[in-house]
Design a binder for this molecule. Structure first.
Ligand SMILES: Nc1ncnc2c1ncn2[C@@H]1O[C@H](COP(=O)(O)OP(=O)(O)OP(=O)(O)O)[C@@H](O)[C@H]1O
Ligand SMILES: [Mg+2]
Length: 304
């Protein structure tokens, strides 16, 4: 009887653990794509070197905002995640939000922003496994492991969000301020990656002004943004716009022949002739996403 209870408890724990693990893997797959990405990341050595150089300058006290521009499916997300996954530095916190994957309003943004920061810092501060805080209640529990400042922030966020008509400006202010407070308290520099930044323009009509007025004074928080809608991005990064005029621009291009061949080899898992690989390169013009799509089609045919 005792054994059975023990066994059931163990089973229960195992199932709970598996569920937690499953959630974590799903989170990685859908929010960060980290699992897939490590296996087959190709090229972008020049861009990675640039990002690494800038992150080193940030560590030495510089403040560097970056705007990564590239057409759809060119590899912006892959590059940003690859950079993030390769940073192993206790003094640097690299947080990431894909803005296409959150609810595009102020509530969705402020929740995602605080969740990522708290989750990332909690993971960096411990060797233990940390559950992702999907619910605000989970976030409060996680914040309580970090300290009073973090608890106060999450409580304030929760209470403000519960009000029928909350002041969105105040909520955004509270949110951006939190990053700087967190950086100071934990003595870290923060790089906050906001992937598909143009989505934020839907969040709040004055989003950019609010972000600018608060974040330009923050010495430890750096924003690395990416976008694919050139017209929006160009307007935002116009030199007449004093805040965004300071962003360093990086533009992603298609792969060259050599990298396209490498991507073909890694995607197919079997060797094609150079001639066939050149044909694919000519067809896709080195666009990584299309190259992968073509290779998958070839794999399907080959399997039949
Ligand atoms: N460096 C890379 N190594 C391997 N595959 C890549 C790389 N870059 C891009 N790809 C392939 O191209 C696809 C699209 O890349 P990604 O999602 O990063 O593009 P994106 O520019 O972020 O697109 P979107 O504008 O839709 O957000 C990836 O799913 C992957 O298959
Ligand atoms: Mg993307």
């Amino acid at each position: 009887m005792h054994n059975t209870i023990m066994h059931n408890t163990t089973m229960h724990n195992a199932i709970m653990h598996n569920t937690t693990m499953h959630n974590a893997i799903m989170h990685n797959l859908f929010m960060h794509k980290a699992v897939i990405q490590i296996l087959m990341f190709i090229n972008r050595t020049r861009e990675l070197a640039i990002l690494n150089r800038h992150s080193q300058s940030i560590k030495s006290g510089a403040r560097i905002n970056i705007a990564l521009f590239g057409l759809r499916r060119i590899g912006k997300t892959e590059l940003l995640l690859q950079f993030r996954n390769t940073v192993v530095d206790e003094n640097l916190l690299v947080s990431y939000i894909n803005l296409q994957k959150i609810i595009p309003d102020t509530e969705g943004f402020v929740k995602a922003y605080s969740k990522e920061l708290i989750y990332d810092i909690a993971r960096q501060n411990t060797d233990e496994y940390v559950d992702y805080p999907y619910e605000m209640e989970d976030l409060l529990i996680l914040a309580s492991k970090l300290g009073d400042m973090e608890i106060r922030h999450v409580r304030k966020l929760m209470s403000t969000l519960k009000q029928q008509e909350f002041a969105e400006d105040e909520l955004l202010g509270l949110t951006f301020d939190f990053a700087q407070k967190l950086a100071e308290k934990h003595e870290k520099k923060i790089i906050f990656i906001l992937d598909e930044f143009q989505e934020l323009l839907q969040v709040h009509s004055r989003f950019l002004q609010i972000m600018r007025s608060i974040t330009e004074k923050q010495k430890d928080v750096n924003y690395w943004i990416s976008g694919s809608v050139f017209s929006v991005f160009d307007e935002m990064l116009n030199h007449k716009n004093p805040f965004f005029g300071q962003f360093i621009r990086i533009t992603l291009e298609n792969f060259n022949r050599e990298s396209t061949h490498e991507l073909i080899d890694s995607t197919l898992g079997f060797k094609l002739t150079e001639n066939h690989k050149d044909k694919i390169y000519k067809f896709t013009n080195g666009q990584p996403h299309y190259t992968v799509v073509v290779c998958r089609k070839i794999s399907e045919q080959y399997a039949l």
